[in-house]
Design a protein around this ligand. Structure first.
Ligand code: UDP
Length: 325
């Protein structure tokens, strides 16, 4: 019988790519998603439970009805700026609700967990590329909630033998090349989809948040990694746990950084359109540079990202974007 995986947040951007990848590998997938930031259009397969990970009764019912090999958790709020103005929304969803899910897992003896963590756990880097051993000093509530969950997972490993992989993503980008799923947030806050909206004329311009950072062109530098490469890394981490591997923490990035202005230039090249920009003030909570050192997951789990340049990543995002309009 196919192994069953619970994908919490499977109707979201990264979660939907994960579900697609799991199904390709013949895993049976149950999606739990309340559609608070996910979208029905992104749901792959036909096993979707509409609900939240914080609903104790629902969690108990799910774990009683199904025997899960593992749980993958993508259902978090992830906007740095919003987390600065609404921290409790982030602590409630990202931390307290995850506790309810973990409680149910432990109660029903499900002991494998793949967690979407983030580069935001590091804060302002003291070393670039950032290795996993870098100090953990988040600069925003979003990063604080993710770090708190990482620590909770380590404690659950010590106490209950929960085995987990915490995957610290840098900037997820792009879309599955088949064009059926991709990034769609409402409102959209991420750089690449906004840049593409400006390229297609859906919005007048893109606002560059901060041009006075200590970087070459004054704009923030980020490390963009293709969403299918992220999904592949999760699959490797899942299989390692199923084979009896120990808990671990991995960065997922490309080890290359691009400034906001460089991303805009690449998008102009890919789309063939001029992208109007407006220079605006810094967005609260944004570190100047985030670039991942991803050697550990390559070495330990054999991760081989397929998308090596930002142009091809933006190309897949543009393909998806063009289909939506
Ligand atoms: N950014 C920007 N204009 C926008 C959206 C984002 O200048 O409309 C910048 C943002 O300040 C950050 C980078 O682009 O430096 C990437 O932001 P995003 O929200 O995509 O991801 P994050 O790094 O916050 O996870």
């Amino acid at each position: 019988m196919d192994k069953k995986i619970l994908v919490v947040g499977g109707a979201g951007y990264i979660g939907s790519h994960m579900v697609r990848r799991l199904m390709k590998s013949n895993y049976q997938v149950i999606i739990l998603d309340n559609l608070s930031t996910g979208n029905k259009k992104l749901i792959q397969g036909n096993q979707w439970v509409q609900g939240s990970l914080g609903e104790t009764g629902l969690m108990d019912q799910l774990f009683r009805e199904h025997t899960f090999e593992a749980v993958m958790h993508f259902a978090a709020f992830s906007q740095v700026g919003e987390s600065m103005s609404k921290p409790l929304k982030y602590y409630r969803n990202n931390l307290s609700e995850t506790m309810v899910l973990l409680d149910a897992m432990i109660h029903h003896d499900v002991k494998r967990f793949i967690f979407s963590s983030t580069a935001a756990v590091y804060g302002e880097p003291v070393e670039v590329p950032i290795p996993e051993e870098h100090p953990l000093t988040p600069t925003n509530p979003y990063g604080n909630t993710k770090l708190a969950v990482e620590r909770m997972l380590a404690d659950c490993d010590s106490a209950y033998g929960l085995k987990y992989a915490a995957l610290r993503y840098f900037n997820a980008a792009g879309a599955d090349p088949a064009g059926e799923i991709g990034e769609m947030h409402d409102p959209e806050t991420h750089l690449i989809p906004i840049v593409l909206k400006a390229a297609s004329g859906e919005i007048d311009h893109i606002r560059i948040y901060g041009t006075d950072y200590p970087t070459q062109d004054g704009t923030c530098i980020r490390d963009y990694v293709h969403v299918n490469d992220l999904a592949e890394a999760h699959l490797l981490a899942l299989n390692a746990l199923i084979e009896g591997g120990k808990s671990d923490v991995y960065n997922l990035g490309s080890s290359n950084g691009f400034s906001v202005k460089e991303v805009i230039q690449i998008a102009e090249k890919v789309t063939g359109n001029k992208i109007p920009v407006v220079e605006a003030s810094r967005r609260a909570g944004d570190p100047a540079v985030l670039i991942a050192g991803s050697e550990k997951i390559k070495r330990n789990l054999g991760w081989k990202p397929q998308y090596k340049d930002l142009e091809s990543i933006v190309q897949t995002a543009w393909q998806w974007h063009s289909k939506q309009t």
